[in-house]
Ligand binder design. Structure first.
Ligand code: FES
Ligand code: FE
Length: 434
């Protein structure tokens, strides 16, 4: 049993060592063991719709190019030149037929093949182009999400398991959802796990961290009066977790997340009966695809103070918590739109997103401040010896009536998905493949 297994997670995730949020050795294990053994989200297909389109991203610490080659196939290429190791592509996104390294000019096509070498005759017989293509990760997709991984292992379908059903519910509700522009990106003085675990299943923080919004009347979810929302915490295998919050019965004025009625036939065609029932009265969906991809769907009303009519509205965001060191992460946040929604609806949805989440959003700032406070506070030698409590809802049992995938707890007050997240973290970070 490794040092990490005995020292950092106890009792199936009930106790987590404070040391895992700052320790350079733990971080190194995550980068070298955990991230290469996971299917990692790298881009959505709508970000690279045309032949030659690319975006540059990270897989753990490794820079990659997500490239749609000139015949339309998607490749995830290590952004490291096979000559002396310079990045061959520095841009965030673009459309090219070739990537030319800025150091000595080795040039690769959009599939990663080495196609040109300056002064190649000087190599004599000592350069084999075919064996010097850019290193390529294994790629698979689900619902337009492009995932890649380095180490061999289970298929993407096996890896996602029951989480695929939840992704289908949120991102597969209409014929197509697509990103709106590039992701918003920002750096935060936080360990990456804090964002991922929060979205996996921390319904507990909402009332304190985001309590201001109720007090200020920014939304109409009133827990003291009116219909109490129904919370479902889904503990899914492989460290994935999600929370679905619905009204007890659909609100006639805001069915299907307030999406325009012209999209309802698509919803009914794309979702199964349980997914339709959940979406019909949904006010919030959040979740994490292990290890560092999260999503958020919120529905409510736009207040009249925003200058328009009071109307049902929602927005859908995907976010990724990229490690940038033991105590630092880069957050990426994409806004998604149902392709066939009217422009006017899309405009209002975007305004809601920008005011609530994303780097300018009030909720986002409250969340990140918590995670930065934790990361800073757990830096000291005494603080690192503490054990953090993940025991909320330990006595709860999964609902026997749940017809969907995974285990469903009929409460927002459980940390079962957070415990599941850390159990999977332990399994992958402590495994010994040397
Ligand atoms: Fe890329 Fe030399 S490092 S061509
Ligand atoms: Fe939050």
């Amino acid at each position: 049993m490794s040092r990490i297994e005995t020292d950092f997670v106890r009792d199936g995730g009930q106790l987590i060592s404070a040391g895992i949020f700052n320790d350079p050795d733990v971080y190194r294990q995550e980068i070298e063991r955990l991230f290469p053994s996971c299917w990692l989200f790298v881009a959505h297909e709508s970000e690279i719709p045309s032949h030659g389109d690319f975006v540059t991203r990270q897989m753990g610490d490794d820079p990659v190019i997500v490239s749609r080659d000139t015949s339309g196939h998607v490749h995830v290429l290590l952004n490291v030149c096979r000559h002396h190791g310079r990045k061959v592509c520095e841009e965030d996104a673009g459309r090219v037929a070739r990537f030319r390294c800025g150091y000595h000019g080795w040039t690769y096509d959009s599939a990663g093949k080495l196609v040109a070498v300056p002064f190649e005759q000087a190599y004599g017989d000592h350069l084999d182009r075919a064996s010097n293509a850019l290193c390529e990760a294994t790629v698979d997709t689900h619902r337009g999400f492009i995932f890649a991984r380095w180490n061999p292992g289970e298929s993407l379908a096996e890896y996602l398991g029951p989480m695929a059903w939840v992704l289908d519910l949120v991102f597969g509700r209409t014929d197509a959802v697509e990103v709106v522009g590039p992701p918003i990106r920002w750096l935060a003085d936080s360990n990456w796990k804090l964002g991922a675990a929060n979205f996996a299943g921390d319904g507990y923080h909402i009332f304190t961290t985001h309590g201001f919004s109720t007090q200020m009347g920014l939304h109409k979810l009133n827990l003291a009066e009116g219909p109490r929302p129904v919370s479902r915490a889904l503990s899914l295998q492989n460290g994935h977790g999600a929370a679905l919050v619905s009204l007890p019965t659909p609100d006639a004025a805001s069915r299907f997340l307030g999406l325009p009625e012209q999209l309802w036939p698509q919803i009914k065609r794309n979702l199964d009966a349980l997914q339709q029932e959940l979406l019909d009265s949904m006010v919030l969906a959040a979740g994490t695809v292990f290890p560092n991809l999260s999503f958020l769907e919120t529905a409510g009303h736009t207040p009249e103070e925003w200058g328009g009519p009071d109307r049902p509205m929602s927005f859908l965001s995907l976010r990724q918590w990229q490690p940038r060191g033991p105590d630092r992460m880069e957050a990426l946040s994409w806004l998604f739109m149902d392709r066939d929604a009217p422009d006017e609806w899309k405009k209002t949805s975007r305004t809601c997103y920008e005011r609530v989440f994303g780097v300018s959003g009030t909720f986002e700032q409250d969340d990140v401040e918590n995670w930065a406070q934790i990361t800073r506070g757990l830096r000291g030698p005494w603080a690192k010896r503490q054990w953090l409590q993940m025991k909320l809802g330990l006595d709860a049992t999964p609902s026997p009536d749940w017809k969907g995938p995974g285990d469903c707890y009929m409460s927002g007050f459980t940390e079962e998905s957070v415990r599941g997240f850390y159990r999977q973290w332990l399994k992958l970070v402590a495994h010994d493949d040397d």
